[in-house]
Design a protein around this ligand. Structure first.
Ligand SMILES: Cc1cc2nc3c(=O)[nH]c(=O)nc-3n(C[C@H](O)[C@H](O)[C@H](O)COP(=O)(O)O)c2cc1C
Length: 204
């Protein structure tokens, strides 16, 4: 099983990046392979809105999106981490727009998904709503889509709930898949209750 993490923050070791790495660590410790892709290192042009991909399943632009798309299509699960900039920030929007050839042609259907959002104070849940929309549109199986709060680079490390629950999201992605796409018995609780029971940490 392979999980691919997509990091959409321009900040090196940004908060959303730290949490995506936690998810991947949880997944690899549970037996998955993983790969992390930093959108800031890639050349991705803006979607031009021609909508040809709705018919052809392909984008005519040639850039790094083709290689990323192939990796995502070959994966079993995708974790997307975004900072909140109004909603998901320009880097995240550009990336999501260019996923249309894959999402619209059903290439992500039934893949596991997790969404990670970090914001300073407001609208992080609006950003999480954007990722949820992607997952629903693509007929993916979202395991979790969470919003956490932090401002300066690395501040999220002080949030024990965010760190531990991100790690558990990765583990759960693997266990869910191994359990024939059903939540294993230990995870029948809502996720925050599971974290409280296991670590004695309260989400709120
Ligand atoms: C251009 C810009 C816009 C932002 N807009 C918001 C916002 O609307 N709401 C919010 O809570 N935080 C906002 N932030 C703060 C970031 O979401 C916050 O610093 C977050 O920790 C960044 O995550 P990262 O470290 O993964 O980049 C904004 C930051 C920038 C640079």
């Amino acid at each position: 099983m392979k999980i691919v993490g997509i990091v959409c923050t321009p900040r090196i070791r940004g908060n959303s990046e730290i949490l995506v790495k936690q998810v991947l660590d949880g997944a690899t410790k549970a037996g998955a392979e993983s790969e992390i892709i930093f959108i800031r290192d890639k050349k991705i042009q803006f979607c031009e809105g021609c909508l040809d991909c709705m018919k052809t399943g392909k984008c005519y632009l040639t850039d790094d999106m083709e290689e990323i798309g192939e990796k995502l299509v070959a994966s079993d699960g995708i974790v997307i981490g975004v900072p909140t900039y109004w909603t998901i920030g320009g880097m995240g929007v550009t990336f999501l727009d260019r996923l249309l050839p894959y999402t619209a042609s059903g290439k992500f259907a039934n893949k596991l998904a997790a969404g990670i959002v970090v914001g300073a104070r407001v609208a992080a849940d609006t950003a999480a709503g954007v990722l949820r929309r992607l997952f629903i549109y693509s007929h993916m199986r979202p395991i979790e889509c969470v919003a956490h709060y932090a401002t300066a680079t690395g501040d999220i490390l002080k949030n024990d709930y965010a760190m531990k629950s991100a790690w558990e999201i990765g583990r759960l992605m693997v266990l869910f898949k191994e359990n024939n796409n059903k939540y294993p018995d230990e995870y029948t609780y809502p996720f925050s209750n599971y974290i409280r029971k296991k670590y004695d940490i309260h989400a709120y």
